[in-house]
Design a protein around this ligand. Structure first.
Ligand SMILES: Nc1ncnc2c1ncn2[C@@H]1O[C@H](COP(=O)(O)OP(=O)(O)O)[C@@H](O)[C@H]1O
Ligand SMILES: [Mg+2]
Length: 390
């Protein structure tokens, strides 16, 4: 079944509104929405030619008409640039924006009607349509996507390590309003668990490296990958991990990045939850009358500490974050939507951990924070006999 791309976006908004729609509905809906018939290769060529202002023959030595992948939003074609570099172009479906404008008008009318029902008054469908419009403007823009890819890549190696993680280089000379051209990589998606094992690749190692790079983006650099399903996270033939698809990104404010660092530090190193309470208060997630930081910290410790002591492997971080967002809302706070996105990525990471490295306790691995808290991580690594991989 193929519905318009607007409905894919609507699915995303629905999926990030916990408690309004059940998971069993949102998960399969997305998958079926993403399967679109490919568009004609003539149309792909015409779009690329118009974008680049040159003929395909002049810009490329070769151009594959059969797409490597096709989705409702666009498709990816392999090619070889005229200087010999192996590349792909990710081309947005022509007319996509016009179609989405039409879809949004329809959705808006539906939302206006729904708003008058009992369900509508609590679920706020008008707000959802407005969210979809904003997401559309931001996420369905190949120029912004390419820019996000470039930024994530630039930050990736800023500490001088993460050499076994990569992001395809953007070839800006071959990009246009609907076209992203980038380095071609070769590998398999992260959830091809059998094949990863069959190839003799160390899944746990790829995971540790990837999680570290991603955690640095969330807690330090800012722009982080917000769509880490297995199709977008690859293990390359040479063993490197690779992030693909920067269509959905999140970015916490500097204050919230500090909150994340405080939470991480507390859970891993000293369990002083007063720090977490102070951090939360500084971003205004609970009202002043709730109690002192010490009181709230003690309450948090009571809930979280047993989980930490019981063995970190059993702590479901993604669940912890997504449910704490709901909790904050109950307290009348205003946690950023971004936090939900962080939680969802952690759920993906945890799924890969379960399959590839069931005994790996990601939250206490000092390697993850070796750049963020170098001294404390070094001490813990020495105590626990953990060595840092490349
Ligand atoms: N740089 C690349 N090298 C090789 N294959 C790629 C590259 N980028 C994308 N692909 C292929 O295209 C698929 C879809 O790319 P992606 O950026 O995730 O697009 P979408 O936004 O449609 O999900 C990937 O899963 C992969 O198979
Ligand atoms: Mg993708």
């Amino acid at each position: 079944m193929y519905l318009g791309p607007t409905f894919v976006k609507l699915g995303q908004v629905v999926a990030s509104s916990p408690g309004i729609f059940p998971n069993w509905l949102t998960q399969p809906a997305r998958r079926c929405l993403d399967e679109a018939p490919p568009f004609d290769s003539e149309l792909v060529r015409a779009t690329v030619e118009q974008d680049l202002g040159v003929r395909i023959e002049d810009a490329f030595i070769s151009f594959e008409d059969i797409p490597l992948s096709a989705a409702s939003i666009g498709q990816v074609h392999g090619c070889v640039l005229n200087d010999g570099r192996d590349a792909v172009v990710k081309v947005q479906r022509p007319g996509l924006r016009d179609q989405m404008t039409m879809d949004l008008k329809v959705l808006y009318l539906v939302a206006r009607v729904a708003n008058k029902t009992k369900w509508g008054r609590s679920a706020n469908p008008m707000g959802m349509v407005s969210d979809v419009s904003q997401l559309t403007a931001r996420e369905l823009n190949p120029v912004i996507e390419a820019w996000n890819q470039q930024r994530f890549r630039d930050h990736l190696w800023s500490y001088g390590d993460n050499t076994m993680i990569t992001v395809p280089e953007v070839y800006w000379d071959y990009c246009g309003p609907s076209t992203i051209c980038m380095e071609r990589v070769s590998g398999i998606p992260m959830d091809h668990f059998e094949e990863i094992r069959a190839r003799g690749l160390d899944g746990e190692l790829v995971l540790r490296r990837g999680a570290k790079a991603w955690a640095e983006a969330v807690m330090v650099h800012g722009p982080f990958h917000g769509d880490m399903h297995a199709g977008n996270i690859w293990v390359l033939d040479d063993g490197r991990g690779c992030f693909l698809d920067f269509g959905i990104m999140g970015e916490l404010t500097p204050e919230w990045r500090q909150v994340m660092r405080d939470i991480y530090y507390t859970c891993v190193f000293d369990r002083d939850f007063t720090r977490v309470a102070t951090a939360y208060r500084s971003v205004g997630v609970f009202p002043p009358e709730l109690g002192t930081d010490e009181e709230i910290g003690a309450a948090m410790a009571m809930i979280v500490e047993p989980m930490l002591v019981m063995g970190m492997a059993s702590v479901n971080l993604g669940e912890l974050i997504t449910s704490s967002v709901t909790l904050m809302k109950d307290f009348g706070g205003t946690p950023p939507q971004e936090l939900m996105l962080v939680g969802k990525q952690l759920l993906y990471i945890e799924r890969y951990v379960r399959e590839l490295a069931p005994d790996y306790a990601i939250i206490t691995d000092p390697f993850i924070v070796k750049n963020i808290f170098p001294e404390a991580a070094k001490e813990l690594a020495a105590k626990e006999n953990v060595t840092y991989p490349e």
